[in-house]
Write a protein that binds this ligand. Structure first.
Ligand code: CA
Ligand code: CA
Ligand code: CA
Ligand code: CA
Length: 507
């Protein structure tokens, strides 16, 4: 059952945001058109030439045959971003396959800042599918595949960009030595983040943080999956040149540069060479609740790192050999440490089916049993407290928190307690989902408060029968007004029980 919360239209007195324009681009458009929905442009560069900060460029579905780089050079502001997004319900393909293979033949070049891209597929560029040198851009629910260098590369000072729920796969340069999935490398700036992204079957690495020309930058990955890198689309190894690592955390020509890496709830599996790879990075590496399985080497963090830097592994899991971790690393409650005993029965499934499959309609990762903990594992609730949500009495070890209500439901029973799961996606914009379960028939209420404790939305009482439910919140208050970026608290009540979640709306 699904419920929508409420987008009550407020009929009078609406003070609207400053006017911003919408432009439309269609494979059957024409650049001499005015760019309206009925008379769209043909090309994104034409729309870019007329758009002002705050405007939205809608890209219609279908295949856009493109022979030249699309450059997004304008810059918006945090309050007025440029939006380049798929028309709702459609999925445009930007097909650069007719480009020659050349280092200047990028697909999309984002040299501007404060762009938000959503829902685009980028295929076949003669070099990177996307090359980003700007800052404060958001790329969400996009995919980059079969490009002839890294699917996504960030360099030339690119900083504070956020990639959300995006995929990069089957990227292959002719010599198999450079094409990574996501490459915040070389001259990249600091503060770039990846959330809910996947990289698979790239000729070189899934993620690559190798530096040349910059030093001491920080990159953060949360809930990212990297798998089968070092193999081509047809499954053959990218030999002899492909490196085949899942998360290459750094490295440099002189082996002296620092790429500070924060990896949270990341999963590496079936990469040909290494799952988590220091690669002579001299910076700090913080791995929290990561899982590694089936890689040539699961963890390769042999040291050294610079004095003052730290290598930290907390609540990480492995099935199989751990690999090599430097003696001076700070280790806390990882699965290979006493008193844990890891066997195949600690995991619900080793079946990777679906891991590269479709995402949920909102772009979030599919929920699959692979490498989730099995009921009864000694890794459940056994982790060291970190600032992450958990179920049960404590955080678990590994990338996926054991979710008793899913377990109960999947075994066909009605849950015997009131369970509320963390919303997904989170951060979100503007729609998020909260799954919950109630053990008996009764009334459920739902409220949203802001960080000041102000009540922004309260649902009408929902009378439900025992079972599992999913509610959808569209980031608006009781009057239907869209809320701004910020932290919100969602409270669900059932009888005398209440559960509160922290939600992050990021626009
Ligand atoms: Ca390489
Ligand atoms: Ca690489
Ligand atoms: Ca065990
Ligand atoms: Ca737990």
């Amino acid at each position: 059952m699904s419920r929508s919360f409420p987008r009550i239209v407020f009929l009078a007195g609406c003070i609207c945001a400053p006017l911003s324009a919408q432009w439309y681009v269609s494979p059957v458009g024409n650049d001499s058109n005015p760019g309206t929905i009925t008379q769209p442009f043909l090309t994104i560069p034409k729309a870019h030439s007329v758009a002002l900060a705050g405007d939205t460029i809608y890209v219609r579905g279908g295949t856009h045959e493109l022979g030249a780089t699309i450059t997004l050079s304008k810059s918006g502001t945090s309050a007025e971003m440029y939006h380049l997004i798929a028309y709702p319900g459609e999925r445009p393909l930007l097909d650069f396959s007719s480009m020659a293979t050349s280092s200047t033949n990028r697909g999309i070049r984002v040299s501007g800042s404060y762009w938000r891209l959503y829902g685009l597929d980028v295929q076949g560029a003669g070099d990177n599918g996307m090359n980003m040198s700007g800052s404060n851009n958001i790329v969400e629910y996009c995919s980059f595949f079969e490009n002839r260098d890294s699917g996504v590369q960030l360099d030339n000072g690119a900083s504070s960009n956020h990639f959300i729920n995006s995929d990069s796969y089957f990227n292959t340069d002719p010599l198999f030595e450079n094409a990574d999935g996501f490459a915040p490398k070389l001259t990249v700036g600091s503060g770039n983040r990846f959330t809910g992204c996947r990289a698979w079957q790239n000729a070189d690495d899934g993620w690559d943080g190798y530096l040349r020309g910059t030093n001491d930058v920080t990159t953060t990955l949360d809930q990212c999956w990297s798998f089968m890198n070092g193999y081509l689309k047809d499954g053959t190894p990218s030999l002899p040149n492909g490196d085949g690592n899942g998360f290459k955390m750094g490295g440099s020509d002189d082996k002296l540069l620092r790429h500070n890496m924060v990896l949270i709830r990341c999963l590496a599996f079936d990469n040909r060479v290494k799952g988590f790879d220091q690669n002579n990075n001299r910076g700090s590496m913080s791995l929290i609740n990561c899982t590694s399985y089936g890689n040539g080497t699961n963890y390769s963090i042999p040291g050294p790192i610079d004095s003052g830097m730290v290598a930290t592994l907390t609540n990480c899991a492995v099935f199989g050999s751990t690999g090599t971790i430097m003696d001076s690393a700070t280790l806390s409650t990882n699965s290979w440490m006493s008193p844990f005993v890891v066997t195949s029965s600690d995991f619900a499934s080793f079946d990777t089916t679906g891991m590269r499959g479709p995402r949920n309609p909102d772009g979030s990762l599919p929920r699959l049993p692979f490498m989730r903990l099995a009921d009864g594992s000694d890794l459940i609730d056994a982790g060291t407290s970190v600032s992450l949500p958990f179920f049960g009495t404590g955080i678990d070890i590994g990338s996926f928190e054991f979710d008793p209500s899913t377990f109960v439901a999947s075994s066909g029973d009605i849950p015997d307690y009131f369970a509320v799961l963390q919303n997904y996606p989170n951060p979100f914009n503007p729609v998020t989902h909260i799954d919950y379960a109630i053990p008996s028939d009764g009334i459920v209420t739902f409220q949203i408060h802001d960080v000041m404790g102000r009540l922004l939305l309260t649902s009408s009482n929902m009378h439900e029968q025992a079972g599992r439910f999913s509610l959808r919140w569209e980031g608006s208050d009781t009057e239907g007004h869209a809320l701004p970026t910020g932290v919100y608290f969602a409270t669900l009540r059932f009888g005398r029980a209440a559960r509160t979640l922290k939600l992050f709306l990021l626009k």
